[in-house]
Design a protein around this ligand. Structure first.
Ligand code: FNR
Length: 380
């Protein structure tokens, strides 16, 4: 269908499934174990409701939000996703162009198909084309490699290239059990007369396709030796803000505050890591209950299952700075390239603006916890 027929962000999934090669579709859509964590994410947002307020002047609304010191047109950003070369021939640069055109921020994955420098170059080129008018910024998602020297080199590259913040993914000391990938690989192995496909799914982490992508091998997961103590030297090497991506408990949120991170991303990796993990929303509610002091101290981000502008509003009412959107953008890229990225952004942005007006607010700083009814989750 023509891109104008995509009305809601989840619609991109159907188109992507139809156009993607089977293996790429499995990579993108798969989740851990039985898919429970993925379903938990998707089911969490519809379980709380907004409390609309009426008879206020809502003619003009402003959806801008400052994320780690950088103003964005939106309180959402493009989540880091590895190996986009199997999703679209232009890979990460194509996604970056869409983000720049729309003034959205994007977090770029360590496990990208194109190099860290190439991706930044595509950003700079697109900015130049637009007269450097876009507020869009690129941040860098970091998987700490086992070899510290390699880690230092990678940080140096990202720093020199001009990435604005470091998002350290901490929920991946081992790759989750990606059931659909394993089945696909077992089928593939059997087809060529091999009975054991174990080696392949143990190989590349979030960058399992690396060998097929022109030989560029980037780390696709976090070194399992990494601990809180490593944050000290990482901070010395990186002078910008640090966000921990993949916090799934109130206790770790408090630790992140004590270790003086600038932000935390409550996330279960799109349901791809821990089986039976909490949704980001559930973790946020627990932080608010047990360690409310964290809320004012850190920038709080959430991702997982956000599919509508109204979902974004719910997260912001409860104190989130901004939220990440993953698969909708990936499916949009698969289906329509840069046009899909632009369309997905427009859809979420319009829903957000409609939602703000119906909620009776004109700027995001007016959002309050009282504007959502989360009792159905709190009473469990
Ligand atoms: C991811 N995610 C991810 N996260 C990360 O830190 N580094 C990575 O390389 C990847 N790669 C990746 C690939 C694919 C195909 C998916 C779907 C996800 C996780 C991602 O950043 C984010 O946490 C989730 O995708 C958010 O959930 P939704 O929006 O996809 O439901």
């Amino acid at each position: 269908p023509h891109v104008s027929m995509v009305i809601s962000a989840p619609d991109f999934e159907t188109v992507a499934k139809a156009v993607l090669p089977h293996k790429a579709w499995i990579y993108a859509s798969s989740s851990a174990n039985t898919g429970l964590s993925l379903r938990t994410n998707l089911d969490s947002w519809p379980r709380i409701q907004l409390r609309p307020r009426v008879l206020r002047d809502v003619a003009d609304v402003d959806t801008r939000r400052t994320i780690l010191g950088h103003s964005s047109q939106y309180p959402f950003y493009l989540s880091p996703m590895g190996t986009l070369g199997v999703i679209h021939p232009e890979a990460e640069p194509e996604m970056v162009r869409g983000a720049v055109r729309k003034g959205a921020h994007m977090v770029v994955s360590t496990a990208s198909t194109k190099s860290t420098e190439q991706i930044m170059q595509s950003y700079l080129d697109e900015q130049k084309r637009l007269g450097n008018a876009s507020p869009s910024k690129l941040f860098f998602q970091f998987y700490m490699p086992v070899d510290k020297k390699k880690g230092l080199a990678l940080l140096g590259i990202a720093k020199r290239a001009g990435y604005k913040g470091l998002w350290i993914t901490v929920d991946t000391p081992v790759l989750g059990k990606r059931s659909a990938d394993r089945l696909q690989q077992a089928e593939e192995a059997l087809a060529v007369g091999m009975e054991d496909s174990t080696a392949e799914w143990e190989a590349g982490g979030e960058n399992a396709f690396a060998p097929a992508m022109g030989g560029r091998v980037a780390t696709g997961q976090l070194s399992p030796h990494t601990t809180w103590e490593d944050l000290a030297w990482l901070r010395k090497e990186w002078n910008g803000p640090i966000v921990l991506k993949g916090i799934q408990s109130a206790e770790d949120a408090k630790l992140a505050m004590e270790y003086e991170c600038q932000g935390i991303l409550l996330s279960n990796h799109g349901g791809r890591q821990q089986h039976s993990a909490p949704s980001a929303l559930m973790t946020l509610l627990e932080i608010r209950t047990y360690y409310p002091e964290v809320m004012g101290k850190l920038e709080i981000f959430l991702d997982g299952g956000l599919r509508d502008g109204a979902d974004v509003l719910k997260a912001l009412c409860l104190g989130a700075t901004a939220v990440g959107v993953g698969r909708p953008y990936l499916y949009a890229l698969a289906a329509y390239g840069v046009q899909g990225i632009e369309r997905c952004t427009d859809i979420l942005s319009e829903e957000l603006a409609i939602g703000m007006r119906l909620l009776g607010v004109t700027s995001l700083d007016q959002l309050r916890p009282e504007m959502v009814n989360a009792t159905s989750l709190l009473n469990e």
